[in-house]
Design a protein around this ligand. Sequence first.
Ligand SMILES: *Cc1c(COP(=O)(O)O)cnc(C)c1O
Length: 389
Amino acid sequence: MTDAFRTRAIRAGLNTNTDWGAVIPPLSLSSAYRRADPGQPGTFDYARTSNPNRCLLADALADLENATGAVVTCSGMAAIDLLLHDRPHGARILCSHDAYGGTRRLLDARAAGGRFSVHYIDTSDLDAVARALETPASLLLLETPSNPRLRISDIKAVAALCKTAGTELAVDNTVLSPVLQQPLALGADYSVQSITKLLNGHSDMVGGVVCTADAQALERLTWWANCAGTGAAAFDSYMALRGLRTLPLRAKAQCESAGEIATRLAADPRIGTVDYPGLTSHPGHEIACDQQSGFGQLISFDIADPDIDPLQVVQSFKIFTLAQSLGGVESLANIPASMTHASMTPQARAEAGIGDTLIRLSIGLEASEDLIADLDQALEAARLSAPVS
Ligand SMILES: *Cc1c(COP(=O)(O)O)cnc(C)c1O
């Protein structure tokens, strides 16, 4: 899969500039576009509605997701909110119980305001999904692999259940990107992602996208993005298209490194549970082999050795940076309970299996042996000194 994407990702939008023959499409910052006649807008009219850089990025993402079209937004959260704009008042929304903390915060806040009702389910459990769908629902928002525990949900099987129940299925594809997972081909109605993460890959812009094969849904989402003003800025779109060109190569190298590091951690007696879908011991390994073309760059683990303080481990790294994002070229470490997932209630975190000392790593493009050495020295530096006898 990765190789087939390389040419499409590299060539996206090249040579489209007819004014100067620029190979790389230039950055167009103008907010207004001249009209030849008052009643006749040109291709572009006003930059909230659409701008050349956002359009090129949308076309490239729709191509990679095998969608009819894409709406590029100013953040991943804006992309998820766009899907929610399109729901009738009082709709029933279902969501993976261990979805991204910000997704749960948004759903809970909208539900508390009476906009709709939200129900969280373990989407890796098909019986739980079938039970939840017995009551009519407008949308199921599924995240796989989930973050941070990397549970795998079977997209094809969930899509079949949703189809029978008349519920639309959206998959949050942030962790893998279209290079490693194709939600629409597996039966989802929408593929939504934060392009801030693996897709842009350089941790220097914030953006999101909704891709769909349904032309009418695309028209409604495009209308809402203009109405609410949540489309991406030209500069961020320019940056993301630049990042996208190396996505297949980056994803491949990051998956390889993450696989090596996860294997090393799983064999280390100082470490407890290791969550990585590439390990044969992972409960979702077989489904991941079926529906993914790589196991991704995220690894979560906890520490088994009672003499090692997990909070000291993340503060002792010399290469891994303690920061809450994922998918970039730089490796990051995170304590989800107090960082990315801090907005969840302690009860919601317990239900999702997010312990207070769980550590999540996002593996970047540094040499894997350097990252392994950094993990080793941080684990030793965090060893509590032996009690005085
Ligand atoms: C980061 C993230 C989001 C939100 O994206 P932003 O670009 O930060 O708004 C949504 N889903 C997942 C899985 C994420 O990791």
